[in-house]
Design a protein around this ligand. Structure first.
Ligand code: SF4
Ligand code: SF4
Length: 420
């Protein structure tokens, strides 16, 4: 089913105002978030509570973040299509030096290092999730990085090589039940202008050729396509479709992760699981045995092992995010009564206010059912990938058996906490 045949969706995709108008709106929201958090001053003792009592922190970390993750796993890079950082990066690219990105940037290690810095530095050390002022510095730094990288390097250098969120969304988009592709291969084969990749169109504001290093007629999977629809506007015959497909479809292609992406995935797993020591037990030990039984094809085994972690991590990540929404549900009314959150946080510290978290049992029951369902789906998908995907074609039966055990062990890691 091609969703572009649905008139309102077709109108949006063909519109000159999409995605620019929503991007401008999101940029205004971004600036408002910065302005609203940069002046918030507070005593250090209330800082641990502000992450929940400050409306902006709630909106960014407990609402926007889960929604982006769910959309990525269901539909794909929907957030990226309206992301204000892409707009800033592309606009800077129009007036910038347009240099080819250096190899280190293209290797993926920079985005992995940035993600490590965000996890351990921005979140772990500075506490951007709970300190509004640090969040404003964080927002300003990311925006500046998008602008500066656009001034120096060609195309969407920030989105392609520096945005950890884009990288995570790219992995989760492989699960999505939708794909953006060129429609008729004959039209592309006969096309003389190839406007969707033409260099002359690269920096057009509307209807530019693909700046995600894709040839729209040969998109291999959902990882890089930002659903920006510019290629369709560039194409003389609008030869595109946005169709339903089987979920997890990209896992049945020759999906290949770089070493830098594997490192990024391990960081993500440690963050989602919240148990770095458990990583050794539930990831590295199973990986050791998998490599041992497939010593003739270690790269294929390593790649298959890591790719299989994506659906399970996505399920865990979504559950992690939903748990935050349910936990914070009783706090939302205080967020609207006191958007800055300082009075509420002070009362919580002084124990003159206690958040009543009772009455949420039906939500927690639903959460319990969702946990079983999502992990069940992820495990079944993993088994199907192990049995059917070309990813495992070089791996023998014993190796496949160990891969199934590893997937089960990884799911178990979310139930068993390892301490030593
Ligand atoms: S411009 Fe359109 S028809 Fe030509 S190659 Fe690109 S998608 Fe195909
Ligand atoms: S393929 Fe088209 S929709 Fe996808 S990122 Fe490139 S220009 Fe945007």
């Amino acid at each position: 089913m091609d969703l572009l045949k649905i008139k309102p969706l077709q109108a949006i995709a063909c519109s000159r105002y999409f995605p620019i108008a929503p991007q401008i709106f999101m940029l205004l929201v971004y600036v408002a978030l910065f302005a609203g958090s940069v002046c918030v001053s507070y005593e250090p003792k209330i800082a641990p509570y502000l992450g929940n009592t400050n409306l902006e922190s709630q909106l960014v970390w407990n609402i926007w973040w889960p929604v982006v993750l769910v959309l990525a796993a269901l539909i794909g890079h929907v957030w990226c299509s309206v992301c204000p950082l892409e707009l800033v990066n592309s606009l800077a690219g129009k007036i910038g030096l347009k240099l080819r990105a250096p190899r280190i940037l293209r290797s993926g290690w920079i985005v992995t290092a940035l993600f490590a810095f965000i996890l351990f530095g921005a979140v772990g050390y500075f506490g951007v999730r709970s300190a509004p002022r640090y969040m404003s510095f964080y927002l300003a730094s990311i925006l500046s990085l998008a602008f500066l990288s656009g001034l120096i390097w060609e195309k969407r250098s920030f989105c392609s090589y520096m945005c950890p969120l884009g990288s995570i969304i790219g992995m989760y988009s492989c699960i999505a039940a939708f794909e953006w592709r060129a429609d008729k291969s004959t039209a592309c084969a006969e096309c003389e202008t190839k406007d969707c990749v033409a260099k002359k169109n690269q920096y057009k504001l509307i209807g530019h050729s693909c700046t995600s290093y894709l040839h729209p007629a040969k998109i291999p999977n959902n990882r890089e396509c930002l659903l920006c629809t510019h290629c369709m506007k560039a194409c003389p015959s609008s030869n595109f479709r946005f169709s339903l497909r089987l979920p997890f479809a990209d896992f049945f292609t020759k999906l290949r992760l770089k070493y830098s992406e594997m490192a990024m995935l391990l960081l993500l797993i440690g963050f989602v699981n919240g148990n770095w020591k458990g990583l050794a037990v539930f990831i590295l030990i199973p990986l050791f045995f998998c490599l041992l039984v497939s010593w003739k094809s270690p790269r294929a085994m390593l790649n298959a092992f890591m790719v299989l972690l994506i659906p399970i991590t996505a399920a865990a990540h979504m559950l992690h995010a939903f748990r935050g929404i349910i936990w914070n549900w009783p706090v939302y009314k205080y967020n609207f009564m006191d958007p800055i959150g300082i009075h509420t946080a002070t009362k919580l510290v002084e124990k003159t206010l206690v958040i009543d978290r009772g009455g949420m049992s039906s939500a927690w029951n639903l959460y319990g059912d969702m946990t079983g369902l999502l992990y069940g789906i992820a495990f079944v998908a993993c088994v199907a990938i192990i049995v059917k995907s070309p990813l495992t074609e070089k791996i023998g039966k014993t190796g496949k058996f160990f891969l199934i055990l590893s997937a089960a062990a990884y799911i178990a890691s979310f139930y068993i906490k390892v301490k030593w």
